[in-house]
Design a binder for this molecule. Sequence first.
Ligand code: SF4
Length: 271
Amino acid sequence: MIRMMNKKERHILSLSGGKDSAALAIFMRERIENMEYVFCVTRKELKATYANIYKIDAYLGNTSIRLNPDYSFDHWLQVFGGFLPSPQARWCTKQLKLKPFEQYCGDDLVYSYIGIRAEEDRIGYISHNPNIQPIYPFREEGITKRDVIKILDESGLGLPEYYKWRSRSGCYFCFFQRKAEWIKLKQHHPDLFESAKSYEKISDSNERSFTWVQGIPLSEMEKRECEILKQEEINKARRSKNRTNRPLSQVFGAIDDEDDDYDSSCIICYL
Ligand code: SF4
């Protein structure tokens, strides 16, 4: 751990509204005094995500600080010429999450606590700012997914409600969601699905088409609802079968494989 002279030291845990950061907050509560809890708000989250944040706040007895971007998603969409964010052009993460977080940290020496589990093979968000240093308590303590579920169960918080049909927190239109999750968004929140659809621009030319999923507009996806859900079941069965060939750490860590694709997720959202 690098020590920096003359800088105020702070400990910050960024909540995503998801299970890992919630479990980390519970885990760290007695370990670090003066932990600051923050939540980067995009205003495009599900209501259930906010509800989960309120529950965590109540548990911690501490209202997490809401970090709001200077400008909205819609503002940045205009700036980027209607070009929807994608895994290759993730301007949303930068503008709506990274910047507000770094602004909040300022020049202080910040230890940023990240809920990446022991069995996960990813590093999450690492700021280019040298005064923000990542800390991985779950990885250091060998905490796996099974432990995370246990921590949440024992605290009484449990899993966020949306985990029944969706594997991530973050924006309702997050382009990292699987096709089946888009269909489930339509089933659970038809209004939000329609709203996501309204962001898409379909043109004869590929260069001028902007869709959340490359090459497949949501209007097309909804026509293929049955096929997509069936394929999801097949994939699930396949993943479950493959699990028997995994290293033991992963076998013991896994409850199911619904969210094992974090590598491609919005890393700041899983701080
Ligand atoms: S949750 Fe998805 S859409 Fe929202 S900021 Fe993160 S990467 Fe972008």
